[in-house]
Design a protein around this ligand. Structure first.
Ligand code: PEP
Ligand code: MN
Length: 345
């Protein structure tokens, strides 16, 4: 249930409502908006009608049920969209952001040259895998702590906050020492033990959508983070499994719009994993921004043909620069009012 306090509500009245919610066996999550306070009561103590009775409490405007199973993630739970600050970069604000870097950190030279190139082209965050979830155990698994340290150094030199994947609870502490944001990979979206652990970390989390997860399951995975205390969550659509075989995954762009409709959390798109083909990345990125994504995360490598992971979907430096220029062009109009016609291209 959501308790909407009136814009005149006093701190004492707010505290009374919070106390009563807790007394009834629910958690109280408070959002202090610009004009009013919203208190979300979540839990399953079964004392719903008593919660509803809070309508009569002083300073309360309204008590309404949250329509979705993902309570704190739902749009209703907050008056406004969330903005997640990652080392000074705001995700979910008025400007779409670009995160770029290699799939895996492979060497000092590789991560430093990539960091400098993506920074020069306009990226605002650096990505790079240190612990890699590979389909085959014989493929490159990442350089571990060595990669974390190189990523941190490259981020510091260029002034780019860094994001890297955490695959298991045992790595959370060490990755938190080095990274500004922790990525939950697609394969781990429903690793509830990991989600519960990350809920207790004071770092933003980038939560990728599982390859076979519905939007509801994705948002419920985010609910694990918020209900456990971590509200700094960014969602990432990275493509799902469909019958299509020409692309690695199917980038579900409508899900970006849907997740933003259902939730207050920022949503970014990953056109690299979403298509698996570097030649589609510019088009998919433009489409993602057009549909409302709060940013994109893109794989870039100094020499994609030599990449130890995900070469075919990685842009080289020139390709990334040209993507950044493409993103500055206005999206083409589909209707020309002067000519009263639809523009063909
Ligand atoms: C990655 O970002 O390199 C990665 C492995 O992503 P995903 O979990 O989306 O496959
Ligand atoms: Mn990758």
């Amino acid at each position: 249930m959501i308790v909407n306090m009136s814009d005149q509500a006093t701190q004492l009245q707010i505290a009374h409502v919070v106390d009563r919610i807790r007394e009834l066996g629910y958690q109280a999550h408070i959002t202090q908006g610009a004009e009013r306070t919203i208190i979300a009561a979540v839990g399953s103590s079964g004392r719903r009608s008593e919660l509803e009775a809070l309508k009569a409490a002083p300073g309360v405007d309204d008590v309404v049920a949250i329509a979705h199973p993902f309570k704190l993630v739902s749009r209703q739970a907050r008056g406004a969209r969330s903005v997640v600050d990652v080392g000074g970069v705001c995700i979910g604000g008025p400007e779409a952001i670009v995160i770029a870097g290699p799939c895996s950190v492979e060497s000092r030279e590789q991560i430093f040259s990539t960091a400098r190139a993506v920074k020069a082209a306009g990226a605002c965050m650096l990505r790079g895998g240190a612990y890699k979830p590979r389909t085959s155990p014989y493929e490159f698994q990442g350089l571990g702590v060595e990669a974390l340290s190189l990523l941190r150094e490259a981020g510091d030199e260029t002034g780019l906050p860094v994001v890297t994947e955490v695959m298991g609870t045992e790595d959370v502490d060490v990755i938190s020492e080095y990274a500004d944001m922790l990525q939950v990979g697609a394969r781990n979206m429903q690793n509830f033990v990991l989600l519960r652990r990350l809920a207790r970390v004071d770092k933003p989390v980038l939560l990728k959508r599982g390859p076979s997860a519905t939007v509801k399951e994705w948002l419920l995975a985010a609910e694990y983070l918020l209900s456990g205390g971590n509200t700094q969550v960014v969602l990432c659509e990275r493509g799902i499994k469909t019958f299509e075989t020409e692309m690695r995954n199917t980038l579900d762009l409508a899900a970006v719009a849907l997740a933003r409709e259902l939730s207050h959390l920022p949503v970014i798109a990953d056109p690299s994993h979403g298509t698996g083909k570097r030649e589609l990345i510019a088009a998919a990125s433009r489409a993602a921004i057009a549909i409302g994504a709060d940013g994109i995360i893109v794989e870039v490598h100094p020499c994609p043909e030599r990449a130890l992971s995900d070469g075919p979907q990685s842009l080289d430096f020139a390709g990334f620069e040209s993507l950044m220029l493409d993103l500055q062009k206005p999206l083409r109009a589909v209707f020309n009012p002067a000519a009263r016609s639809v523009v063909a291209r």
